[in-house]
Write a protein that binds this ligand. Structure first.
Ligand code: PAP
Length: 349
């Protein structure tokens, strides 16, 4: 139990697995869908990804969500009540989620769990087990558990910002919570997604994943609208949204951890800097370190879809798209990105 000032008051973030009843990330369609669920999904435009056993996606408020998550999005919008101290880690799949989840947990929990400690939660848990997956909570009837978590709560989501009401208040209004978004160069993100999907769907063609990314029908896509939602909010409300880039994290992880700590109101003290706490967090959360942990070598990201945890720790480099895309494919995606981002101040060099 984390304590504050010697008292036994529990302070967040606590490793979610330690307070969750069965410890598995919940992303699945519920086994017995409610009538509300059936009615909502049946009214939405849907499509399937052929090479992934016809995985069904539904277009909810302009975003293509795995079908089970459309009702979760509706419930999230109706019932999620952010606390001012909440920190939400947001990303697209393969945008750098696992890394940022680990860094954020290690940074926010560093007083209860110094990065060098032998029993640090990240040495026994997959990073995703340390945080509740926001939309997963709302699909599985576990949302009450969010209320029980001590502040500050640390959660993660793939949902577009528009689907997290109250996180970032409308112009001029105060309040909201803190959202840290990580964004990755789209071509590399698509390559990473394909490698991941192939672990369960070995016959999936790269071209199919590439095409759905370009069409906008990628999971949680269109990716450009997802990214732009967070980007625009980070420009308009920098006190609420921190926009990080995977490539920048690779270039200078320590400086980005400092930015993260300042943003959540927990800057590193001079004593912590001197003690090497930042370096400790960066090392603990490095790809090699996480890849080597037993909790990340075995088991599944979630028990229904059976993606192995170790698939989350593949290569972790930039420009991997060069060995997967033809120049024409790269050009097609670059053109889409340039077109969608024009005039926004955001670019992928
Ligand atoms: P998720 O959204 O499903 O959680 P996510 O963690 O965003 O997945 O994506 C995994 C990618 O992040 C992998 O990229 P790759 O396929 O191009 O290799 C993985 O290697 C990379 N990754 C995971 N952990 C780290 C880390 N600690 N440092 C750098 N990259 C990492």
């Amino acid at each position: 139990m984390a304590t504050t000032g010697g008292s036994s008051v529990r302070v967040g973030p606590v490793p979610f697995k330690d307070v969750e009843h069965d410890g598995d990330m919940v992303t699945a369609v519920p086994e017995r869908p409610s009538e509300e669920y059936v009615a909502l999904v049946s009214a939405l435009p849907c499509c399937t990804i052929a090479g992934m056993s016809n995985t069904k996606l539904c277009c909810y408020q302009g975003f293509w969500l795995p079908e089970g998550l459309a009702p979760a999005a509706a419930a999230l919008q109706r019932r999620f009540e952010p606390r001012p101290s909440d920190v939400i880690v947001a990303s697209l799949p393969k945008g750098g989620t696992t890394w940022l989840v680990a860094l954020a947990f290690a940074t926010l929990a560093r007083r209860a769990h110094p990065p060098g400690s032998g029993d640090h939660p990240l040495r026994r848990l997959n990073p995703h087990q340390c945080l509740p997956f926001l939309e997963g909570m709302f699909i599985s009837g576990l949302e009450g558990m969010l209320d029980a978590l001590p502040s500050p709560r640390l959660m993660n989501t793939h949902m577009p910002l528009a689907m997290i009401p109250g996180a970032v208040p409308a112009d001029g209004a105060g309040g909201g919570c803190r959202v840290v978004y990580i964004c990755r160069e789209p071509k590399d993100m698509v390559v990473s997604l394909w490698h991941y999907f192939r672990r369960v769907y070995p016959d999936l063609e790269f071209s199919e994943v590439f095409d759905i990314a370009c069409d906008g029908t990628m999971l949680w896509g269109p990716f450009w609208d997802h990214i732009l939602g967070y980007w625009r909010a980070s420009v308009a409300r920098p006190e609420n949204v921190l926009f990080l880039r995977y490539e920048e994290l690779l270039r200078d992880p320590a400086e980005n951890v400092r930015r993260l700590a300042r943003f959540v109101g927990m800057p590193f003290s001079a004593a912590e800097e001197e003690d090497g706490v930042v370096r400790g967090i960066v090392e603990l959360c490095s790809l090699d370190s996480l890849r080597g942990m037993e909790a990340n070598k075995a088991g599944y990201v979630d028990t229904r879809t059976k993606f192995p945890r170790e698939a989350l720790f593949r290569k972790g480099v930039t420009d991997d798209w060069k060995s997967h895309m033809t120049p024409e494919m790269a050009c097609r995606m670059d053109d889409i990105v340039a077109d969608k981002l024009r005039g926004t101040g955001l670019a992928f060099p």
